[in-house]
Design a protein around this ligand. Structure first.
Ligand code: F0G
Length: 461
């Protein structure tokens, strides 16, 4: 039941129990830090950052109940009580009986893809996240993004811009299903603006996969935020609880990968869950090789407790209402000052359209990188580039094909910053946009063969 609200102000549904200082720096310090980090924001020391919106992953605040759970964590190597509590929470939510803990989401991806993929395969997804793409490609397979057309246009307003293009999926499963060992859908669609996927789209994907005998896996990192958008936007779901909606989403899939650092409300952890027992057994064998015994999978018992509790808290309506509203609040402040952001605002982050804001910088000079650097320089706010640095494709001849969008993502850690922090962020971005024309582009002077955005070195042009 949705509680009636007549107040306009949606408050943080928690009070602060423990505080952590944040660094206030000056322009000169930030300029020095940028030079030292070769204009890569991943190279900053966190205490050079005032408001850290690099990621919403593992950066949230835990509740007193999660901390209390950590105190009763069972650190047994095998058969830990905390594992069974974790397993029960995951099973209740997903309906999947094979639950494999991992140290974070990408470990689940690596294990699944090592088992399922071979050279020359194709994995369709609405949009692969960077680690998901890298793990698919590492197996010699192709990571194919087939989000609907609206999902590639920052200004398009569609209620479910994370939806999979069913026409393209149908074609792929018709012509080349033998090359498709698994279909994935990411909820919410992080790389495409944190946009939700509708239940009817998930159902259609599920039916198409079942018809072809191809397993369907969710990349479920932000399942609760997706469930909230379904409740708000999809007819027929208004009266359902986020938990009911989430269980329905999972019921459509054969398995999922999950990073508990997002909607697990934990600082570390993840899992791989599925229905197929024999695939799960093979995955467990790989798990033992690098992550650990199947009842801890690279996590401490206390982490398993924190995740189990987090999975209960994240589907709370008051929490989700505040969470999604807080993100929209930041976007609305910036939009009112003419800053273009991906519309409608997604769940965990505001994505600034740098291609539009810095239209004088060509894509091969990385406008989103340029904007992210400048927002840090101006006010110590750290976001992340989601554009051609992260997703540019380098061809065999060395030329680079730019990414479809040039975005700066300001990801909001869960239950961590207050409304005045968000007011400050909006002010910093608005001030930055005031001298947009003077912001230089960047060139890459050093880069790694995979996931280059983490370590690349840049120079202003
Ligand atoms: N899938 C999605 C959609 C993600 O957003 C992430 C991580 C992962 C998988 C991998 O999970 O980090 O636990 O290994 N996203 C973070 C981010 C890092 O900043 O968006 P992980």
């Amino acid at each position: 039941m949705t509680k009636p609200h007549h107040f306009r102000t949606i408050i943080e549904p928690f009070r602060i129990h423990s505080v952590e200082e944040i660094a206030l720096t000056d322009l000169e310090q930030r300029q020095g830090a940028l030079e030292r980090a070769h204009y890569n924001l991943f190279g900053l020391h966190a205490d050079e950052v005032t408001i850290d919106l690099l990621t919403d992953s593992g950066t949230g605040s835990m509740s007193s109940k999660q901390w209390a759970g950590m105190m009763v964590g069972d650190e047994s190597y095998a058969g830990s009580r905390s594992f069974y509590r974790f397993k029960e929470a995951v099973e209740d939510l997903t309906g999947m009986s094979e639950v494999i803990p991992t140290h974070q989401g990408r470990a689940a991806e690596r294990i699944l893809f090592t088992e399922m993929l071979a050279d020359g395969d194709v994995v369709p997804n609405n949009t692969h996240f960077d680690t998901t793409r890298a793990n698919v490609e590492y197996q010699g397979a192709e990571a194919l993004d087939i989000v609907i057309e609206e999902g590639r246009d920052p200004a398009a307003t569609h209620p479910f811009k994370g939806n999979m293009d069913l026409g393209r999926l149908g074609q792929l499963l018709g012509d080349e299903s033998s090359r498709v060992p698994v279909v994935m859908v990411t909820v919410t669609n992080n790389s495409g603006g944190g946009q939700p996927v509708s239940m009817s789209n998930l159902r259609a994907v599920s039916e198409m996969c079942a018809g072809r005998g191809v397993p369907f896996f969710l990349d479920a990192c932000r399942f609760a935020e997706n469930a909230w958008f379904i409740k708000m936007r999809e007819p027929g779901y208004e009266e359902k609880t986020p938990f009911e909606i989430a269980t329905e989403m999972f019921s459509l899939a054969d398995g999922c990968t999950f990073s508990a650092k997002k909607d697990g409300l934990a600082n570390i952890g993840g899992f791989l869950a599925m229905r197929d027992h024999s695939l799960a057994e093979r995955c467990r064998n790989l798990l033992i090789l690098t992550e650990g015994f199947p009842t801890y999978g690279g996590l401490a018992g206390y982490d398993l407790e924190a995740i189990a509790q987090g999975l209960h808290e994240v589907v709370d309506e008051d929490y989700l209402r505040y969470r999604i509203r807080a993100t929209a609040y930041l976007a609305e402040k910036m939009n009112a000052a003419g800053i273009p952001t991906v519309q409608p605002t997604g769940g965990h982050a505001v994505y600034i359209d740098a291609k539009k804001l810095l239209s004088h910088i060509p894509q091969n000079r990385y406008p989103a990188q340029a904007l992210a650097v400048e927002v840090y320089r101006v006010g110590g706010v750290r976001g992340v580039e989601i554009g051609s640095v992260m997703f540019g494709k380098i061809g065999d001849d060395g030329t680079e094909q730019p990414a479809p969008m040039e975005l700066v993502r300001l990801a909001i850690p869960r239950r961590t910053y207050t409304q005045s922090h968000m007011d400050y962020v909006a002010e910093v971005v608005i001030e930055t946009a005031g001298h947009a024309r003077d912001i230089p582009g960047y060139r890459i002077v050093e880069q790694a063969p995979w996931l280059r955005h983490f370590t690349a070195r840049f120079e202003p042009v």
